[in-house]
Design a protein around this ligand. Structure first.
Ligand code: AP5
Ligand code: MG
Length: 189
């Protein structure tokens, strides 16, 4: 089974496309954002540490996120493909992921980047903020900080996967269905 990284700025549609991929191909969905929000809801030690960081639009420390991922995919079954959504987000996390996958005798097949411009991102997130429970969706400054953090720390990961010839790219502007079709083509290549 293939393990795929869905990549892109906040609001690009990673979560939306991940859900569709899970329905169609029975992947396991691994969203570090969802996992952290669950830790916050349960008021765990990790959740307590993560809350203020997420609300400021910064990244939770690499060690915390990598350990969550390691525990989640420990002893993964050979036939389970994973969709990584929002992880890795730093070079250190990408290296951690390589180590975790090596230990499980697994390999990342590709990174699929979803490209969306800042204006569209802000529009989408503010719109979702009206109905979502996400505290980081409510405030334009937090959203801008999330975009800045992405540009400063995360965007560079494209190069990491380009060097390994694993980088693929889709235009993230268009209908959810059309973008999904493009992603399916890449997954089935
Ligand atoms: P995370 O939960 O990963 O959030 P994010 O990356 O900011 O991205 P979003 O979930 O907001 O967007 P998405 O790309 O999933 O888009 P979606 O499908 O929802 O991370 C949150 C925070 O947790 C981080 O800021 C950080 O603090 C922390 N964190 C998480 N992972 C971490 C890590 N690895 N390391 C350190 N810290 C970490 O779509 C957005 C909206 O647009 C939806 O309303 C959707 O319906 C709509 N939409 C989707 N597609 C389309 C389309 N084609 N056209 C129109 N609207 C669309
Ligand atoms: Mg998401």
């Amino acid at each position: 089974m293939k393990h795929i990284l869905l990549f892109g700025p906040p609001g690009a549609g990673k979560g939306t496309q991940a859900k569709l991929l899970v329905e169609k191909y029975k992947f396991m969905h691994l969203s570090t954002g969802d996992m952290l929000r669950d830790e916050i809801k349960r008021s765990t030690e990790t959740g307590l540490k993560a809350k203020a960081i997420i609300d400021s639009g910064q990244l939770v420390p690499d060690e915390i996120v990598a350990e969550m991922v390691r525990l989640r995919i420990k002893n993964i079954k050979d036939n389970t493909g994973i969709i990584f959504d929002g992880f890795p987000r730093t070079i250190a996390q990408a290296r951690n992921l390589d180590e975790i996958m090596n230990a499980e005798n697994q390999e990342i097949a590709m990174m699929i980047a979803i490209d969306v411009n800042d204006d569209e991102i802000i529009k989408r997130i503010l719109e979702r903020g009206k109905i979502s429970q996400r505290s980081d969706d409510q405030d334009i400054n937090t959203i801008r900080n999330r975009i800045d953090t992405y540009n400063r720390q995360t965007a560079i990961l494209a190069d990491y996967y380009k060097q390994q010839e694993k980088f693929k790219f889709v235009d993230g502007i268009g209908t959810i269905e059309d973008i999904f079709k493009e992603i399916c083509k890449l997954v089935e290549e």
